[in-house]
Design a protein around this ligand. Structure first.
Ligand code: HSE
Length: 428
């Protein structure tokens, strides 16, 4: 009989438990597809005595993930502990040194140490795979690495944090503010242990940095992702954006420009009628653009036991089938160090401001925009209260630099009742 592929699984939270269930419940299917059985030799987690709803009695227990990762009866170390450093990184490095292949769901670890870990794996002749680290159950790493291997990738976009999309779409649907919906997401257990990873855009930024590396053949560079979270998005902006035909999304965009690699994870407006604009709740969506394929849109669950375990098994099954793909789609030694281009691609912007209700107020704003070389596309003024009036402006395409200089000048006008809000409108 063909030798089984033997897994050592470190981390038995939602995802780890889901992987154990798949290996146990789908043993025949996996063996038929891979041409060899997939088995678990040993497991490890912080707490041993806990009912996880699945029997672990067939597997050796290791308290120490490094000991698990280096066991003789483990072929693939499956790292599902999380955390950018600490035990996850130590055990991954130990596994590679001990000659194991590695499958991980750990976006933070790869965003910070992906280049070093991929290099170590390749030097040792091992593979390090991470389908589950990006957009949960959506097979986006495979689509980009393998499906689009014949394309020059031109742009990668995505809503890759379900919690943020849940909060933003619930604000729109219920008319409740950010704080109330943050609490609702918390009660539903959607938030990471450190909620700033979600609402600060960090988790999604990690994912974008990983996709950028595959898409553009560049070394993972999370530090140069321009990050902005959703904490300051107000109900007012959600409503006004909707009035102008847009939805607000925490949108990741990566593209190579003449000036270098642009990576942004920030709240943006997208047309309400676009696939991204239609995305509701905790679902993820990734849009991939290539010169040959034009555009493909992948939509699916970005988190949860089944979807994330499904993605882990995709990597495990590749290894079982003998499919050995480089971590970032090409040998790590050939990945280029990209120059970071900060928001250099021109775009239209949405501006919201409260103006003092005085003669000439709008003219002053228009003059400031004109002086900065920014042309107005559309404008709307809402009914004023006693002294101020909300004004919305959609500009034609302009650069962030021109916009910043206009915002600076607007701040000095004597007709501004509050600081203007500016959000990029992404062409999708
Ligand atoms: N917390 C993430 C989300 C899932 O809300 O999409 C894990 O990356």
């Amino acid at each position: 009989m063909t030798k089984p592929l033997r897994l050592g699984i470190a981390g038995l939270g939602t995802v780890g438990t889901g992987v154990v269930k798949i290996v146990r419940q789908k043993a025949d299917l996996l063996a038929a597809r891979a041409g060899r059985p997939v088995a678990i030799s040993a497991v490890s987690a912080r707490t041993r005595d806990k009912d996880r709803g699945v029997s672990l009695s067939d597997y050796t227990w290791e308290d120490d993930p490094v000991a698990l990762a280096t066991r003789d009866d483990v072929d693939v170390f499956v790292e599902l502990m999380g955390g950018s450093d600490g035990p996850a990184k130590a055990a991954t490095e130990a596994a590679i040194t001990a000659g194991k292949d590695v499958v991980t769901a750990n976006k933070a670890m790869l965003a910070h140490h992906g280049q070093a870990l991929a290099t170590a794996a390749e030097t040792a002749g091992r593979v390090l795979r991470f389908e589950a680290a990006v957009a949960g159950g959506i097979p986006v790493v495979k689509a980009l690495t393998e499906g689009l291997a014949g394309n020059d990738v031109t742009r990668v976009m995505g809503v890759m944090n379900g919690t943020c999309n849940y909060i933003l779409t619930r604000m729109q649907a219920t008319g409740q503010g950010y704080n109330a919906l943050f609490e609702e997401a918390d009660k539903l257990g959607y938030l990471e242990a450190d909620p700033n990873l979600d609402v600060g855009g960090i988790d999604a930024g990690h994912k974008l940095a990983l996709l950028s590396s595959i898409a553009f053949g560049t070394q993972v560079n999370f530090n140069d992702v321009e990050l902005e979270g959703i904490q300051s998005i107000t109900l007012e902006d959600i409503k006004h954006a909707a009035d102008m035909g847009y939805r607000i999304k925490l949108l990741g965009v990566a593209q190579l420009t003449g000036r270098g690699l642009e990576q942004r994870m920030s709240p943006c407006l997208v047309p309400e009628s676009s696939p991204l604009g239609q995305l509701e709740g905790g679902t993820n969506m990734v849009v991939l653009e290539g010169d040959m394929v034009e555009q493909i849109v992948l939509r699916g669950p970005g988190a949860g036991e089944g979807p994330t375990a499904s993605a882990v098994m995709s990597d495990v099954m590749d290894i079982a089938r003998g499919i050995r793909v480089s971590t970032f789609g090409q040998p790590a030694s050939g990945l280029q160090q990209a120059t970071a281009a900060r928001a250099s691609t021109p775009a239209p912007f949405y501006l919201r401001m409260d103006l003092e209700d005085k003669p000439g107020a709008l003219a002053k704003v228009a003059t400031v925009l004109g002086d900065a070389g920014i042309s107005i596309d559309r404008m709307r003024q809402y009914r004023h209260d006693d002294t101020t009036a909300p004004v919305l402006i959609v500009t034609h395409k302009t650069t962030r630099t021109a916009l910043d200089s206009a915002l600076d000048a607007m701040g000095k006008l004597d007709v501004m009742a509050s600081s203007p809000v500016a959000l990029r409108i992404e062409t999708v």
